[in-house]
Write a protein that binds this ligand. Structure first.
Ligand SMILES: [Zn+2]
Length: 425
C-alpha cells in the first residue's frame, strides 16, 4: 500500500513544528503557556480555531532545602507538597532503611530515613506515616552518574501519598546517598521550607465538526508539557505535533464524525490536564466512541507500539491493519500511563500510539530528551499509520469498537489510579 510510502513530506512538516516547541515546558510555567499559544497559533494559520482552557494545579514553591550531615552540606532537592520542617531545620537520628519494610521501619519513630525508593511507592509511604518517621530522603540516578552531566530535579508528592499525611522529603544524588550511608552520621539536619500554591495550567482544545448529523465523537489527545531540565521533544512534543498534523488533515478532509483534539498541560504531574478536561466536560463523555492518544514518538532507535485500553478485538484490528499496510508495530492490551487513563476510567475505549526508544535509544524526563535522537522519517511513518487508523475509525459506517470497558481493564485502571488505600486492601 502506498499510504505508508511518501510520508517524508509529512514527517518534515511535523519535525518543523517540533522545533517550535523545543524548550522546557514545565507545569504552570510561562513556557508551558507559551507552548499552548504556539500550538493554538499554528492551528490558526490553517483556519482552525482552538481555545485555551485553564485549570488549577496545586503545587508548592520550595523556598529553602538543605541537608547537613557528617560535617558538611549535601546537594539536595525537596519534595513539593510534602510540608515543611521547622525554620531552623530538623535534627534527628539518621538511618538507611533499604526497601522500607515493616522490619526496616517499625522502630524509626522521629527519625530521618533514607529509603531506596526513587519514585516513592504507596506501601512504603503509608508505613513511614504509620511508624512516625520525621522526614524521608530518597535518591535519584545511579552511583556512576557524572555530576556535571546529570541534574537533580525536585520531586512532588501526589494525592495518593498526601491522603496518609505529610512527611517532609528530600532527594539526593545516588552517589551522595551512598557517601552519606558510608559516613554513618548519628544525626542529620534536614531543612525544607515550602509554601503550597495553586496556579493555572492549560489545555488547548479544538473541535472539528463532522459531516454526518451524528453526536458521535472521536477524541485525540497528547500532552505538551515537559519536566524540569527536559526539552521534552520525545516526551511529548512528539505526540503534540503529530496531533497538529492530524488536525490539519481533518481540516482538509472533513470527517464524518465529530472530532475533538486536546493538547494537555501538566500531564507529568499526574495527568492533571486530562483529568481536568474529563471533569469539566462530563456531559460530552457519553458521545466519545474512542480516545486516540499519542505519547512519545520519533526515535531513530525505536519501535512502534499501540497500547489498547478497550475491548481485546481492537488489538486484533490494529494487528491486521499493521499487516495489511506493512507497518511494524507491537500491539498490547494494557494501561498506558498517559492522558487516555482519565477517559478509560469513565468507560471510554482508548488507544495509545507511540514510537518507543528501545534499549537506550531515547530518554525521557531528563536533559537527554533532545531532538538529536529523533528524525523526521519516523515521525512521518508513525503519523501516517495513526492517520490511516483514525480515518477508518472516524469515517466508519458503523462504529466498530464496542463502547464498553472490559473487566480486566477496569481492574487494571482502578489499580493504576490507586483507588483503594493500601490500608483498606
Ligand atoms: Zn509523556
Amino acid at each position: 500500500m502506498d499510504i505508508l510510502k511518501n510520508t517524508e513530506a509529512m514527517g518534515k512538516r511535523i519535525f518543523e513544528d517540533l522545533q517550535k516547541i523545543n524548550f522546557i515546558r514545565t507545569s504552570t510555567s510561562p513556557e508551558e503557556t507559551k507552548a499552548a499559544e504556539i500550538i493554538r497559533d499554528e492551528l490558526a494559520k490553517v483556519g482552525l480555531e482552538a481555545v485555551i482552557e485553564e485549570f488549577p494545579v496545586q503545587t508548592a514553591d520550595i523556598e529553602k532545602v538543605s541537608l547537613t550531615a557528617a560535617g558538611k552540606e549535601w546537594e539536595i532537592q525537596g519534595y513539593r507538597r510534602s510540608g515543611s520542617t521547622p525554620a531552623e531545620g530538623l535534627t534527628a537520628p539518621f538511618a538507611y532503611v533499604q526497601q522500607g519494610t515493616d522490619v526496616d521501619l517499625y522502630d524509626k519513630k522521629g527519625m530521618i530515613v533514607l529509603v531506596n525508593n526513587g519514585k516513592m511507592n504507596e506501601e512504603v509511604y503509608e508505613r513511614m506515616v504509620r511508624y512516625g518517621v520525621a522526614a524521608f530522603l530518597t535518591w535519584n540516578g545511579n552511583v556512576s552518574d557524572v555530576r556535571e552531566q546529570t541534574d537533580l530535579p525536585e520531586r512532588e508528592l501526589r494525592g495518593w501519598a498526601l491522603r496518609y499525611g505529610k512527611i517532609p522529603g528530600g532527594v539526593l544524588r545516588a552517589i551522595d546517598a551512598m557517601e552519606l550511608v558510608k559516613a554513618q552520621p548519628e544525626t542529620v539536619t534536614f531543612t525544607l521550607i515550602q509554601e503550597d500554591v495553586t496556579r493555572p495550567s492549560r489545555n488547548v482544545i479544538l473541535h472539528i465538526k463532522g459531516t454526518d448529523e451524528t453526536e458521535q465523537n472521536i477524541t485525540f489527545g497528547a500532552h505538551f508539557d515537559s519536566v524540569q531540565f527536559s526539552h521534552g521533544v520525545y516526551d511529548n512534543g512528539a505526540g503534540s505535533v503529530i496531533l497538529m498534523e492530524l488536525a490539519r488533515h481533518y481540516k482538509e478532509n472533513p470527517p464524518k464524525r465529530n472530532l475533538t483534539f486536546c493538547w494537555y498541560g501538566s500531564e507529568e504531574c499526574g495527568l492533571l490536564g486530562s483529568k481536568a478536561y474529563v471533569e469539566a466536560h462530563k456531559e460530552e463523555l457519553k458521545d466519545i466512541q474512542l480516545m486516540i492518544n499519542v505519547d512519545v514518538a520519533g526515535p531513530v532507535l525505536g519501535a512502534d507500539w499501540a497500547a489498547v485500553m478497550a475491548d481485546e478485538s481492537l488489538c486484533r484490528y490494529v494487528e491486521y491493519l499493521s499487516k495489511e499496510l506493512g507497518f511494524s508495530t507491537d500491539v498490547t492490551q494494557e494501561v498506558y500511563s498517559s492522558d487516555s487513563v482519565p477517559f478509560s476510567n469513565e468507560g471510554v475505549p482508548a488507544i495509545n500510539f507511540c514510537r518507543f526508544g528501545r534499549n537506550g535509544g531515547a530518554m525521557i524526563h531528563c536533559r537527554h530528551d533532545v531532538i538529536d535522537y529523533l528524525d523526521y522519517k519516523n515521525f512521518g511513518k508513525t503519523a501516517a499509520f495513526v492517520q490511516e487508523f483514525s480515518d477508518r475509525m472516524v469515517n466508519s459506517v458503523v462504529f466498530p469498537v464496542p463502547r464498553k470497558m472490559p473487566e480486566n481493564m477496569v481492574e487494571a485502571i482502578d489499580k493504576y489510579l490507586r483507588k483503594k488505600r493500601v490500608d483498606e486492601k
